[in-house]
Design a protein around this ligand. Structure first.
Ligand code: ZN
Length: 279
């Protein structure tokens, strides 16, 4: 069932769990994710990132995403991840994504607010949920420089101003995770997470979930984070069991699929994801 994230996030907040948001880059990754969600009877967010436009066009992602999500027996959100330009995000709304992220986190707070407002005005009449990001979740490769990373953490003040001006549906915050593989061990600022969630009544979202530590992620899920993005770990797990001897295309594909299943199964458990009925 293709759904918006709004109702799911309310339930996730009440029941203290997070929903994995898994990036698909082709039809096979999408099918592998949905197979796990259906087996476990759990809700899932399947995301397509603007950065993967070379792997798959937005139109293809919308067609495949809607087709498989509608067929699924469990609630599935079709989400645009890191939409960095306003027109691209609007196209995703037109194509039937049920949730979109406008990422203007590299802009000034004022510009970020303005772009987010523009997307909200465009998306809300169609019931499409909007995610924005403040602070900046950088790349894990640069993680050794902890001081520099901390300067990019979301402040309570910015989160408050941003939410009051936009009334965005969900907010990605920077509290110590990073995208991709880590050069060091992530330190999550749980105090900042608590402060923001007490000050701002908006569902919070965590990017860069891969390899951030199961205990850390579990604690985030119990502490008002409703969506955790996972991509790198899924891709690493997919190729783990592929050997040079797997010379047959279908065998390789099945190996990739089972690697993805293992990883997503693991994270459903870590995130405490619970089954949801939406009618
Ligand atoms: Zn991200």
């Amino acid at each position: 069932m293709l759904v918006s994230s709004k109702e799911l996030f309310k339930i996730a907040l009440q029941k203290q769990f997070a929903i994995p948001a898994t990036n698909f880059v082709d039809q096979n990754t999408l099918r592998a994710y949905l197979a796990v969600a259906e087996k476990r009877q759990l809700p899932l967010i399947v995301s397509f990132a603007q950065a993967h436009e070379e792997e798959m066009k937005l139109e293809e992602a919308a067609l495949f995403g809607k087709y498989y999500a509608e067929k699924a027996e469990v609630p599935i959100v079709l989400h645009l991840d890191h939409g960095t330009d306003v027109d691209y995000v609007k196209r995703a709304v037109d194509l039937g994504f049920t949730s979109v992220m406008i990422d203007a986190s590299q802009d000034s707070l004022d510009d970020n607010i303005r772009k987010t407002q523009e997307i909200i005005d465009y998306a809300r009449p169609s019931g499409v949920a909007v995610e924005a990001e403040i602070g900046h979740v950088g790349s894990g490769e640069n993680y050794e420089n902890l001081e520099q990373s901390e300067s990019l953490f979301t402040t309570v003040e910015d989160a408050k101003i941003f939410y009051e001006k936009t009334l965005v549906d969900s907010l990605a915050i920077s509290i110590g995770t990073a995208h991709g593989n880590y050069a060091g061990t992530p330190h999550i600022n749980f105090e900042r997470l608590r402060e923001i969630s007490q000050a701002v009544p908006v569902p919070l979202v965590l990017h860069g979930g891969s390899s951030s530590g199961d205990e850390n992620l579990c604690q985030c899920a119990l502490g008002n984070i409703v969506k955790i993005n996972i991509f790198t770990d899924l891709m690493n797990s997919a190729v783990k069991d592929v050997t040079l001897e797997s010379s047959n295309y279908l065998d390789v594909r099945n190996s990739l699929h089972s690697g993805i299943e293992k990883c997503l199964n693991h994270y459903f458990t870590v995130f405490n994801t619970k089954s949801v009925r939406l009618y």
